[in-house]
Design a protein around this ligand. Structure first.
Ligand code: SAM
Length: 492
């Protein structure tokens, strides 16, 4: 057996929903750049290297009329995913145990192609096969998502990789190698004086290894193949298959506002977007990319003027806190932040924060922020469009190509995501309906979840669990805030 495949058969790599890879995001970014991406409701979606379906199954659940195909050469992982698909009675998705090099030429076109956690982890010939496959099978207005470790930022992370692999060769069995990899880095930390460059680098790697799950450490840090790529090299390979750069899946990653004005000036003379992005990677030591590709001939509206915003939905999970200066507010997400004293900007983001995890259209945001003000005119609409665009490129506002596939109101007979209930029964990490891995913090909400199959009223759930109805309602609000409650048609 191919040694890479043997490694994935030996240590299972559980997969999880990756928000940035969801067709909903891909279509939203494409729309923003003036493309007309295929309708999500009826799209054909392909995931390459889908493992046990942790990313693709939640996508299929919320789009019953779209069709999904996942391929991976690890048979056990595919079998595990296929079993879940059968148990959930999903009929719009298939997982196939297949080497990507044997992908059938007559499989037709796919509107969205996802390659998550794969590209850097396969040898050169497979990388070439993946790009060729995208070049052959991507629909005319389709979008492909490919993530990979990037250079130069992977340098530090990979500094100790050879040492861990050298050390690991003395041990047999995956678990021993994993444990020994952490031990070796600890030894390097202890061997070097505090504050030295080498020790500081080892400490950073050790901190990451201690947070990393064993299977990820095994396949990422100890794997035979883990190739970080320079963006310009990646794009040259993609261009050979008539694919062009659309954008990063997280748009704020393309923003250069974090740079001092003087540094930004140096970037203005660059000829191409690919060059500009490569310099940004070099300037900020970037280590990971989530690149969106489209067909070479497609016309891209690079100058974001907000003219397509009315086709999108918006949400924000930003935290807010008063900034030092008076009347200034700081909005903070996991990766990005925005500080503003502009009143209407604060109102718009606050409106989205209050609605979270709900999504709003630009028109709804106009209505909600101008409540009681009959004079909300075209000028305000333009201003709000500008604010939304600013929010999206700053990373505090997220864009979507469709309404939320979950509910935020509690219905008479509430239904939780059937997938989340299935995962909960098995003690697994839950996928929420917003395509994110999710944990339920409250013990009583965890008890309520299995009963949410749409057959019981709140009073009946309360009676069955011996809880007050008010407490069940509170738990339902907790589950709604985690985007775990499904509209009626998804239940069962
Ligand atoms: C690091 S795992 C990532 C799995 C999943 N996409 C995720 O991110 O959680 C890489 C996956 O690629 C699959 N893979 C590697 N080479 C492959 C090939 N030639 N054909 C099909 N699948 C392959 C492996 O079996 C494995 O499931």
């Amino acid at each position: 057996m191919n040694p890479l495949r043997a490694a994935y058969e030996e240590v299972h790599y559980p997969s999880y929903p990756r928000r940035a890879s969801a067709p909903d995001r891909l279509a939203a970014v494409a729309t923003l750049f003036g493309l007309t991406p295929p309708d999500l409701a009826t799209a054909r979606v392909l995931e390459i290297g889908c493992s046990d379906g942790g990313n693709i199954i939640p996508l299929a659940l919320v789009a019953p009329d779209a069709r999904f195909l996942g391929v991976d050469f690890a048979q056990q992982a595919v079998a595990r995913g296929a079993q879940r698909i059968r148990e959930l009675k999903l009929t719009n998705i298939e997982l196939r145990a297949l080497d990507v090099r044997e992908f059938p030429a007559d499989a037709g076109e796919f509107d969205y192609i996802i390659v998550h956690g794969v590209f850097s982890w396969v040898p050169t010939d497979i990388r070439a096969a993946i790009l060729a496959l995208i070049g052959r099978h991507l629909a005319a207005q389709g979008v492909a998502f490919v993530d990979y470790n990037a250079q130069p930022g992977s340098g530090l992370r990979f500094l100790f990789r050879d040492a861990m692999r050298f050390h690991g060769e003395r041990f047999s069995g995956a678990q021993q190698r994993i444990d020994q990899a952490r031990s070796l880095i600890k030894l390097i930390v202890e061997a070097n004086p505090e504050g030295s460059l080498y020790r500081t680098a080892a400490e950073a790697v050790l901190a990451r290894l201690l947070r990393t799950r064993d299977a990820v450490l095994f396949h990422d840090d100890l794997s035979e193949v883990n190739e970080p790529l320079y963006f310009h090299d990646f794009m040259a390979s993609a261009a050979a298959h008539e694919l062009q750069y659309l954008a990063e899946a997280d748009l704020w990653e393309m923003n250069d506002a974090f740079l001092p004005a003087k540094t930004r000036e140096h970037l203005t003379g660059l000829r191409t977007l690919v060059e500009r992005e490569q310099y940004l990677d070099i300037l900020r030591n970037r280590s990971f990319r989530q690149t969106l590709l489209c067909r070479a001939g497609v016309k891209i509206q690079r100058n974001l003027d907000g003219s397509t915003l009315e086709r999108l939905w918006f949400s924000s999970d930003a935290e807010s806190s008063p900034a030092e200066e008076s009347a200034t507010v700081r909005f903070l997400t996991r990766y990005a932040s925005m500080t503003t004293s502009h009143q209407l900007t604060q109102t718009v983001i606050e409106t989205l924060r209050r609605a979270h995890p709900g999504r709003r259209t630009a028109a709804e945001i106009c209505q909600e922020t101008q409540r009681g003000d009959a004079g909300a005119d075209a000028q305000v609409q333009t201003e709000i469009a500008r604010i939304l665009l600013f929010g999206v490129t700053s990373g505090v506002v997220e864009i979507h190509a469709g309404p939320a596939p979950y509910v935020t109101e509690i219905s008479e007979r509430p239904i939780a995501s059937p997938l989340a209930r299935h995962q909960h029964e098995r003690g697994e990490t839950l996928a929420n309906l917003d395509h994110r891995p999710t944990a339920i913090g409250s013990e009583s909400a965890r008890q309520v979840l299995p009963l949410l199959d749409g057959t019981r009223t709140v009073a009946e759930i309360a009676a069955q669990l011996g809880m007050p109805a008010a407490s069940v309602l509170e738990d339902l609000r907790t589950l709604a805030a985690l985007a775990l409650l499904a509209p009626e048609k998804q239940g069962g």
